[in-house]
Design a protein around this ligand. Structure first.
Ligand SMILES: Cc1ncc(COP(=O)(O)O)c(C=O)c1O
Length: 432
């Protein structure tokens, strides 16, 4: 059955849309943090469809909210009419964003959210110069690809923006390796000043950055770097856009938004993925004077529609009522501490990194920082064989990524940890 579906998939869908695993799987049902494939095999899910199934599967509160909306008969109205669910969700997100006098514009995807952020930033500043970060990923439209600093995800050189690239803040290799924490921030600020002076005409519109780079393998800069960068940006009014598509809603455990690790307030913040728990919901929040910088009609047919915003309200209420941020900190620590203790010293493991329930293991050839994607793939397949779904990523494809639903229980954290540890130990043995 799965083999037949795979053949049909390959016959009709583009090859640049990759499938996971030597033997791809079809997920046919899910409950809580577990999914079952078409062969009847059940897995604990530590990836949640790329950090998107944020509450887990079949959450009654979300299902009932969506069913309630469906029962009204209005699945869609367009934003030409008032949408109560949309207004309510915008009020909540504006309040939670930390951005003063905030406005919210809803879209269907993170790509569109970043596209909207770049639109208002470039209009507001009357400049199409953007600072972006190496090893970033911001989506698949021309502008979002244009600020994506990862060859593997840059499908076109066409770019409506003029982009200058900052260092990612990675500390394993490159500019910041071997520096102490304060020196790292200083070096990254020096890099920003040099890029501004050498690669821009000065009147830059905005800097866009992920607090933790998702596709980039959960690489993150030292805490406080964004504030140090913002001081420089403020000298000439350059806006700061935080792409919270992966890091938002308490996933990092220590904060509600990733940007809060840096003691800084962004001018614009983009969100997507988890807020819909699978329903297509995303958007941008920004200071009114910035978000209002749209000199023509601009709307999204489906963005913030009654069904997706009904889901979004239910997801956000559930998240806050159950303090899932605290749960992410608690269960994330079990996994991170367990990984560091059990596999942190293996020669093939360069780093266990991340925050809360956004954790990564980077694999290298022993005795070096040379990426070892083959080892990562062995660990990845071994996790599946052990009954655990995880993600893969990083610039070199040598990173395992874990982003379980934020409802993960402590027992499930320990169960997944045990599978991960076995898989990584097995992967460390190079096949003859
Ligand atoms: C940080 C970040 N920004 C933007 C996007 C694009 O979101 P979407 O795939 O919903 O367009 C992604 C998707 O993985 C992401 O991780």
């Amino acid at each position: 059955m799965t083999t037949d579906l795979l053949a049909r998939h390959r016959a009709v869908l583009p090859s640049w849309m990759p499938l996971y695993y030597d033997e791809p799987i079809e997920l046919v049902s899910g409950s809580g943090r577990r999914v079952t494939d078409a062969r009847g095999r059940t897995y604990l899910d530590f990836f949640g469809g790329v950090l998107t199934t944020m509450l887990g599967y079949d959450i009654p509160e979300v299902r009932e909210a969506v069913e309630r909306q469906l029962r009204t008969g209005v699945v869609h109205s367009s934003t030409l009419y008032l949408i109560r669910q949309q207004v309510e969700l915008a009020e909540k997100i504006a309040r939670l964003s930390g951005i003063p006098d905030a406005r919210v514009f809803f879209t269907n995807s993170g790509t569109e959210a970043n596209e909207a952020a770049l639109l208002v930033a470039t209009n507001h500043r009357r400049s199409h110069q953007i600072l972006a970060v190496r090893n970033s990923y911001h989506g698949r439209s021309y502008a979002a690809m244009g600020v994506t600093g990862n060859r593997g995800w840059s499908a076109s050189p066409l770019n409506p923006l003029q982009v200058a690239w900052l260092h990612s803040g990675e500390r394993l290799r490159g500019l910041l390796a071997r520096l102490g924490p304060d020196e790292q921030v200083d070096a990254a600020v020096e890099d920003l000043r040099e890029v501004l002076a050498t690669q821009t005409a000065g009147d830059v519109a905005a800097l866009i950055a992920e607090p933790i780079q998702g596709v980039g393998g959960f690489v993150h800069p030292p805490d406080g770097l964004f504030a140090a960068w913002k001081k420089v940006l403020d000298e000439t009014g350059i806006l700061f856009i935080a792409d919270e598509v992966q890091t938002g809603w308490g996933r990092t455990g220590e904060h509600f938004w990733g940007y809060q690790a840096h003691d800084v307030t962004p001018d614009l913040l983009t969100f997507a993925k988890g807020i819909g728990n699978g329903f297509a919901l995303a958007g941008v929040v920004g200071r009114a004077e910035v978000l209002e910088s749209v000199p023509a009609i601009s709307f999204s047919t489906f963005g913030g529609n009654p069904v997706s915003t009904a889901a979004g309200n239910a997801v956000l209420d559930y998240l806050l009522d159950h303090d899932l941020q605290a749960n992410a900190a608690r269960t994330g620590a079990i996994i991170a501490d367990g990984l560091r203790a059990a596999v942190g010293d293996l020669d093939c493991v360069a780093e266990v990194r991340g925050k809360g329930l956004m954790l990564a293991v980077e694999f290298v050839h022993p005795g070096s920082t040379e990426p070892d994607p083959a080892c990562a793939v062995r660990a990845f397949e071994a996790c599946k064989a052990g009954g655990l779904l995880v993600g893969k990523g990083g610039l070199h494809g040598n990173v395992l990524r874990m982003g379980p639903p934020l409802t993960l229980t402590e027992d499930e954290a320990r169960e997944g940890l045990a599978i991960l540890v076995d898989a990584i130990r097995a992967a460390a043995v190079v096949p003859a």
